[in-house]
Design a binder for this molecule. Structure first.
Ligand code: NIG
Ligand code: FE
Length: 402
């Protein structure tokens, strides 16, 4: 088995313990070692420790000298929309001149304009686009990503999106209820179609299902219908909720035992209290709030109340054309008032928890996946501190230098 020794690291920082999700004050608990090494055996971490405790290693070991660098776990992006055709740069420019995201959506732009471009891209086009987006993510330290469909909204393009995400190494989520495409009279008629025609195959390709529960998209009754049908096939459940309005996403997520409710920019005190005593993780997407000029989600209140939170990019062409979790960590520190340690846990172990992978991903400890980000700084907190900077020096995935 090939072994890789990363030696002379200035620091190694990893969320502490072995349990997930980390909540409340434990969100900031880190194992933090100075002057350290990480030894990988194949795709797993064999040992992490201090250089002075490193004994002599038998056999063939590839060595990487990392003086002046620090290491954190490979970042886990638990919410992205990488399967789309075209772009929304014209819409971006209109928004810069004052148009609102919801107005553009209501006028048939927004998500539906990407649906048209995604259908036109074809299966091969989607394969290469998702691979390209995966490479962008990897370059900034994302070694595990979830990817949603949701820009096809017909059988062929939804299934092609899920296949493209899996082929790129992503974890596919079927966002069959993202918007109502123009060929269907209304949301109920559209759900009749997708649940009968797309769900049976989507359930084989995806690990989870997701819905956009919002005014102008799917209301709580339709979201329940969609999610219950998906759960019956064994899919885990996710929700886009409380992005613009509180329309019942948190109570529904709790009722159905969803893994997460994502966005939460509009969540008030009752929603915070409900999430805090539930097993549903709140996925915070500050790059999306920034990109749309919207209020930030109440992250500090959620963490202090004891809710499980994760951070993700929401990478997509309309509301967050941003694949950088390091930038999201900077936004978490500057806008959400999370400490760098809290931000790190939120986009590693807690994000892995949302994806059902916290036993293997998101920590630097023996037995975990050898996915490692080497930061171009001797203090790992530069992950959040270096706003928009080139903070990622090297990336190791499955025990191999990328
Ligand atoms: O998470 N809110 C719904 N869906 C995406 C945005 C989709 C788009 O604008 O294309 C989101 O923000
Ligand atoms: Fe999203």
């Amino acid at each position: 088995m090939p072994r890789l020794l990363i030696r002379d690291l200035a620091q190694v920082a990893s969320p502490a313990g072995r349990t997930a999700p980390l909540r409340g004050s434990a969100l900031a608990d880190l194992d933090w070692i100075d002057d350290a090494y990480i030894l990988c055996a194949g795709a797993e971490i064999e040992a992490v420790g201090r250089m002075r405790d490193l004994g002599s290693l038998e056999g063939d070991v590839q060595e990487l000298h990392a003086r002046g660098l620090s290491a954190v776990p490979g970042l886990v992006d638990c919410h992205t929309h990488p399967a789309f055709g075209g772009d929304r740069v014209d819409e971006f420019s209109l928004r810069a001149a004052g148009a609102s995201y919801e107005e553009l959506h209501a006028a048939g732009g927004g998500i539906l304009s990407t649906v048209e471009a995604t259908r036109a891209a074809g299966a091969d086009g989607l394969m290469s686009t998702v691979a390209r987006h995966r490479d962008w993510m990897l370059r900034v330290g994302t070694t595990t990503f979830e990817g949603k469909s949701g820009y096809g909204l017909d059988r062929e393009t939804e299934l092609a999106s899920l296949r493209a995400i899996a082929a790129a190494g992503g974890i596919p989520t079927w966002l069959g209820a993202h918007a109502v495409p123009p060929e269907h009279a209304d949301a109920s008629v559209y759900l009749d179609f997708v649940l009968a025609e797309v769900l049976p195959e989507a359930a084989r390709l995806a690990e989870a299902a997701d819905v956009f529960l919002e005014r102008g998209a799917f209301d709580v009754d339709r979201a329940r219908r969609y999610l219950e049908a998906c759960a019956a096939t064994g899919l885990a459940l996710r929700l886009h909720g409380d992005q613009f309005t509180e329309a019942g996403a948190i109570p529904l997520a709790i009722e159905l035992g969803a893994r997460s409710v994502d966005h939460l920019e509009a969540t008030g005190p009752a929603g915070i209290a409900a999430l805090a005593t539930s097993d549903v993780t709140g996925v915070l997407l500050p790059a999306s709030a920034l990109f749309l000029g919207r209020p930030m989600p109440p992250a500090r209140a959620l963490v202090d109340a004891g809710a499980a939170v994760a951070l993700a990019t929401d990478f997509n062409p309309g509301s967050a054309f941003c694949e950088s979790l390091p930038l999201v960590c900077s936004l978490a520190a500057t806008q959400l008032k999370l400490s760098p340690a809290e931000a790190l846990a939120a986009c590693t172990v807690n994000a892995a928890h949302v994806l059902g992978r916290a036993g293997t991903h998101g920590r630097l400890a023996p037995g975990y996946r050898a996915d490692i980000v080497l930061l171009d700084a001797s203090d790992w907190r530069y992950l959040a501190y270096h706003l928009g900077g080139a903070v990622v020096s090297r990336v190791v995935k499955d025990g191999q230098l990328v």
